[in-house]
Design a protein around this ligand. Structure first.
Ligand code: HEM
Length: 393
């Protein structure tokens, strides 16, 4: 809980700090990577640094946390903390690194705010930072402790590499040493680390899709502008060994809920849907499920046959598709949820590009679905959550 001393100072300065974040973050990252270039080797995504999304996500989340502390003094924004802790743990972040971010972030804040960064203001924001850092460290410790091993990355051999749609490959991976495997919950991801052409190690997260027991399987769509997916597509061959983390991620089905499910995806966002459908076939086949998918065409839709197969094994499931190519889907063009009946009391899970999820979420809210019942997985730093008061609440 924020101290009585800091509370008014944060209330007074939150507006200006939040507004200055886009100006503070470039300096924060520049100075941190100058002092610690090793953090770009096997920890931070260089691509996210270039496009600026991660710096904003990190610093923005602190302002959002401060806002939550002011509006809800007795609680923490659990959903936000959990997402960040899972992402951090999938990268092997250690508590010792928190002072590094603190040092460079606060240097950048002081430089940007100038005279306005009085000792009182700095002390109040320090408190916010360490409240958030301590909450994250605690969650991350719990996540590490729940793993079957204490290694960050274990070696996995590529057993097969199959095309599952235009531009999308499925990699089947088996352990290449005796490291015990943590069982994954449907919807979770792993970090896969590769060495990019200039020698830097770069981890990225990929959702686990159904695989045979004792294997891990991921589906990767090539982003020609990306650093990691072209390496996986072009340079990694069957028989090669990849570094793979334990499974993390908190966008999973509630084991106690029997509510109807609506699984919404676009493009490669189908991967968590595959994992959920597989779980439902095994554990809850009678569940009412509506699967909604949008894609450019049938050929671009990853694992389309597998989705259909799962739906056919679930007597109360239905699949509706929107495809950009005439005649191939149930509907043509963009997803429009007014074209289907959303089951009353449904829990919704969404995964796909941010603009797609924003549009579908508005449509669902218009259709009467409470925003609390809408869960989503974003591939990449989550800038949405930070601007979404409903999620911070
Ligand atoms: C990701 C917040 C400390 C490394 C993130 C994200 C947020 C965040 C909001 C984006 C999560 C997502 O949506 O995917 C924070 C906060 C911190 C903190 C509030 C301190 C209180 C640290 C530290 C490090 C670190 C100490 C390491 C030195 C990373 C990395 C990512 C990340 C590597 C993944 C994204 C990427 O590579 O672009 N953090 N973080 N964070 N954070 Fe932190």
């Amino acid at each position: 809980m924020l101290s009585e001393k800091s509370r008014p100072v944060i209330a007074q300065t939150l507006g200006v700090v939040a507004e200055r974040i886009p100006h503070i973050t470039p300096e924060f990252y520049r100075s941190m990577f100058e002092a610690r270039p090793d953090l770009l080797d096997g920890m931070f995504s260089r691509a996210n640094q270039k496009n600026g999304t991660q710096p904003q996500a990190l610093a923005g989340s602190i302002a959002m946390f401060a806002s939550h502390l002011l509006n809800h003094p007795d609680s923490y924004p659990d959903e936000v903390l959990s997402r960040v802790a899972h992402k951090h743990a999938s990268l092997g972040l250690k508590p010792e690194e928190y002072p590094t971010v603190h040092e460079h972030l606060f240097k950048a804040i002081a430089a940007d705010l100038g005279d306005a960064a009085t000792p009182e203001v700095v002390a109040a924001w320090d408190e916010v930072y360490w409240l958030m850092a301590d909450a994250l460290i605690k969650l991350e410790k719990g996540l590490y402790a729940s793993q079957a091993n204490d290694v960050m990355f274990a070696p996995y051999r590529v057993v097969s590499k199959d095309e599952v749609a235009d531009g999308a490959l499925a990699f089947d991976l088996e352990p290449a040493d005796g490291t015990p495997m943590t069982p994954a919950v449907a919807g979770q991801y792993v970090s896969v680390q590769v060495t990019v052409p200039d020698g830097l190690r770069q981890p990225r997260q990929f959702t686990l899709v159904p695989s045979e027991p004792g294997h891990r399987r991921v589906v990767v769509r090539e982003d020609p502008q990306g650093e990691v997916t072209p390496v996986l597509h072009r340079d990694v061959a069957v028989g090669d060994v990849l570094e793979v983390s334990n499974p993390y991620g908190d966008v999973v089905l509630d084991p106690d809920s029997r509510a109807p499910l609506v699984l919404v995806s676009a493009g490669i966002g189908v991967t968590p849907v595959l994992a959920f459908l597989d779980q439902l076939v095994r554990e809850d086949p009678e569940r009412e499920v509506l699967v909604l998918h949008a894609d450019r065409s049938e050929a671009a839709w990853p694992c389309r046959e597998q989705v259909r197969e799962y739906v056919s094994q679930l007597p109360n499931a239905r699949l509706v598709s929107w495809l950009g190519t005439p005649g191939e889907g149930d509907h043509e063009g963009r997803m429009d949820v007014t074209q289907v009946e959303i089951p009353t009391g449904a829990e919704v899970f969404m995964c796909g590009p941010l603009s797609f999820m924003q549009s579908v979420r508005s449509q669902l809210i218009d259709a009467g679905v409470p925003c609390r019942a809408i869960h989503y997985e974003i591939f990449g730093p989550d800038l949405w959550m930070l601007h979404d008061e409903a999620r911070a609440a």
